[in-house]
Ligand binder design. Sequence first.
Ligand code: NAD
Ligand code: DAU
Length: 357
Amino acid sequence: MSRKLLVTGGAGFIGSNFVHHWCKTYPDDRVVVLDALTYAGNRGNLASLEGKENFRFVRGDICDRTLVDKLLQTENIDIIAHFAAESHVDRSILGPGAFVQTNVVGTFTLLEAFRQHWQTNNQPLNYRFLHVSTDEVYGSLAPNDPAFCETTPYAPNSPYSASKAGSDHLVRAYYHTYGLPAIITNCSNNYGSYQFPEKLIPLMCINILMGKPLPIYGDGKNVRDWLYVNDHCSAIEVVIQRGTPGETYNIGGNNEVENINLVQMLCQLMDELALDLPVRPSQNLITFVKDRLGHDRRYAINSNKLQTQLGWTPSVTVEEGLRLTVEWYLTHRDWWEPLLSEEYQAYYRKNYLQSAS
Ligand code: NAD
Ligand code: DAU
């Protein structure tokens, strides 16, 4: 039987990759995207789906209860895949208010609307609320600590991760209190196509292509666990299909890399694949800058539960995924050049002025 999905934040980085993945895998399902098109949203990410019978794009805010109610009802939604969020840690340090509004109030609004919709329809067994969250809610690891697992206590350290933790707690409470069939996924750092160039990997790729300094915070030895975005999408698919309501699943690539090593890998790939670089070797552009406030030292995810219980495995290594990503940014100048807008330049100056060493 075909399903009706509401994908919030479907014009963003992971959301748009997920929408493409789902529409390709389940062409008979209907996908409705709800996205406010903030600076991070880009309707062009979904251009190849526009006009298709089973696809609809709605520009709107997840905090708009009237709109959400209307969409759930008129589209007869049975699954919400909730990606919409303010997602960048540096922006949360500069201005936390939007993070509380979208990540906490927005998630609450969706939960309330979905609860009413689910109860009005006599609590169908196939309904799901899939809440996409982050490993950052678990805080920071010391070098020899074991990786985060689903029972690791929450200890968020940035306004971003605190707002995501708040939304996770609400989702959990809606399952325990009302029995709402909600599932949470906590994922590590994603990379791949359509990622906005404020995040480490696209920012470094684009700065290399433009011959601009590559700003590395602190000593560059912070560790992140990198996951190719297509693998995140396949994990969410598996959780929607086979996950148990009320459960949490960690998603990670088992690819811990220090930032400085990751940037060096990107420089090598660019030196190999890009024909005309303004500065070569591009690692001459590496510049250490003042550290991010409250910068978490290390993240690592243990995704054994997802792998053993639901049978998911990542499909690419970090070397393969980075190569695909560098190739994508090299061949999609038309996608990223317009993003380097006045707003972006203003954000960049504000963030990196404060970071100048
Ligand atoms: P993104 O910033 O690229 O996209 C967010 C999308 O949400 C944008 O399209 C934006 O327009 C939309 N949006 C923002 N506020 C909205 C609102 N009030 N109403 C409707 N739409 C709104 O984010 P992303 O990197 O794709 O992350 C998606 C989700 O995955 C987030 O919940 C994030 O916390 C989580 N996550 C991200 C990563 C990562 O590495 N990027 C890792 C783990 C979890
Ligand atoms: O762990 C999952 C999280 O990963 C997601 O929940 C967030 O939405 C996503 O933004 C990401 O958060 P990070 O803060 O880890 O990602 P970011 O790309 O901003 O930074 C990765 C690392 O690189 C981090 O240690 C900070 C560092 N960094 C980042 C930038 C933008 C730099 O050294 N220089 C930079 O210019």
